[in-house]
Ligand binder design. Structure first.
Ligand SMILES: C[S@@+](CC[C@H](N)C(=O)[O-])C[C@H]1O[C@@H](n2cnc3c(N)ncnc32)[C@H](O)[C@@H]1O
Length: 418
């Protein structure tokens, strides 16, 4: 036997049938197919896929098919909670803020990897779904106006933050997960006259993903007006041009009311001092006189609150709670958690300031779950349609303009079936 050959005898009939079916499906020779399998196994036999990822039922948190995902810019894991509830198993996370890492460890038992810009795609395990709530500051109205006022660039011109989207696209290009779920502020689509969104959209499409986007208001799930854009993508070579994805509709249950999230006896330290309350009233009055609507937001017990922001710790002005015979109070950290849809079983392990920042930056887990369930359905249907096929994940396209769909290398030709 030549040194570069191997001989395998007595291959069971069902395995032979499976190999020949896959070969004709992908229009490759047996040698190419088996080599592909061996290369995949060699790259990392522990790499997860929709097939080898099945956890014991006791550990599975959600329904639907099991799938693996990575959680980038994880914050405290709002998206993670939702994706896990839809059947996902997290195989990698990244978050550089040490206080967020502390909360994440308390909740999920793992410390996320740090700065994503320092992590090479090769260090990230293969996964079925890439999840990323990339930082919204360069695209948000607050971030933009502050940066304009300071004469600083914003969006993609902000070298430090705007480029983080390109870290996501580089990981997509190199790891080729079959699907992704991204989240950002609503303003992402209108920033810089729509040009920022055009760039993001074309980068994702040039990578060979069919994308779906929707602005969803969390007010149908939690008593808070919070509009965020969700971007879901499917690899066209795995799912075709028209994957049957639809965004979730609002739950049938009655809308939650603000009063439902309140604690019975909040500490008096959350009541505003007369000094701060007077300042907030004067500030609101000055802005009213100038004809703009900036000011504090007094919550309606039977309605929904304004959007909780990461700066809530400063004065709590966007969500104030009226009190009888006392100045209004701010939310307690537990109430902030509930307003975001985080369950009480998750302990708050950081200071009030950090907790407000963390919740104000987070994704509402029940909304993430609703989107992830729809996404997991598509993964499940695809799995059935492939009748035992495999959602292979290898680099297949280049993302440079004009090279859409270009495939590289023998094993990639095999994957693309060309
Ligand atoms: C909008 S928050 C993410 C919310 C989160 N995905 C969730 O599901 O609740 C963005 C996060 O990205 C983190 N971040 C920003 N730059 C980063 C970097 N270079 N590496 C890792 N994390 C980063 C921030 O610390 C922040 O927690």
């Amino acid at each position: 036997m030549a040194a570069n050959s191997i001989l395998v005898r007595d291959i069971p009939n069902d395995l032979k049938t499976w190999i020949s079916e896959r070969c004709s499906e992908r229009r490759v020779s047996q040698q190419e197919f088996v080599l592909d399998l061996l290369e995949g196994a060699h790259r990392g036999s522990s790499q997860p896929s929709l097939f080898d990822n099945i956890q014991p039922p006791a550990q599975r948190t959600g329904g639907g098919i099991p799938f693996s995902f990575i959680d980038l810019f994880s914050g405290i894991g709002g998206l993670r909670l939702g994706v896990e509830a839809a059947g996902g198993r997290c195989v990698f996370s990244s978050e550089w803020d040490t206080y967020c890492q502390k909360t994440y460890y308390a909740w999920f038992g793992e410390v996320p990897h740090g700065d994503i810009t320092k992590i090479r795609p090769a260090e990230i395990p293969d996964h079925d779904l890439l999840v990323a709530g990339f930082p919204c500051q360069p695209f948000s109205i607050a971030g933009v106006s502050k940066k304009n006022a300071l004469g600083r660039p914003h969006g993609f011109k902000d070298a430090a933050q705007g480029n983080l989207f390109f870290n996501v696209s580089t990981i997509l290009e190199n790891k080729r997960p079959p699907a992704f779920l991204l989240e950002n502020v609503k303003n992402l689509q209108s920033h810089d006259g729509g040009r920022t969104w055009q760039v993001i959209r074309s980068v994702l499409e040039d990578l060979g993903y069919r994308i779906f986007t929707k602005v969803i208001d969390a007010a149908a799930w939690v008593p808070q007006h919070r509009e965020r854009v969700f971007i879901v993508g499917f690899d066209v070579r795995v799912f075709g041009e028209n994957p049957p994805f639809v965004f979730p509709s609002e739950p049938d249950s009655p809308r939650p009311r603000f009063r439902d999230i309140l604690e019975e006896s909040p500490d008096s330290k959350y009541t505003l001092s007369t000094h701060l309350w007077t300042y907030l009233k004067d500030y609101a009055q000055r802005h009213k006189e100038k004809g703009n609507g900036f000011g504090f937001g007094m919550a309606d017990f039977d309605g929904v609150s304004r959007t909780l922001s990461a700066r809530y710790y400063k004065d709590g002005s966007e969500v104030l709670i009226p009190q009888k015979r006392r100045n209004p109070r701010r939310l307690t950290p537990r109430e902030a958690a509930r307003l975001m849809g985080f369950p009480d079983r998750l302990p708050i392990v950081v200071s009030d300031t950090q907790a407000y920042k963390q919740f104000g930056n987070a994704v509402v887990p029940p909304v993430a779950e609703a989107v992830a369930r729809q996404l997991a359905d598509v993964l499940g249907w695809q799995l059935l349609a492939m009748r035992g096929g495999c959602l292979l994940k290898t680099p297949v396209v280049t993302s440079r303009a004009g090279e859409k769909g270009k495939v590289k290398g023998r094993s990639n030709r095999a994957l693309a079936g060309v």
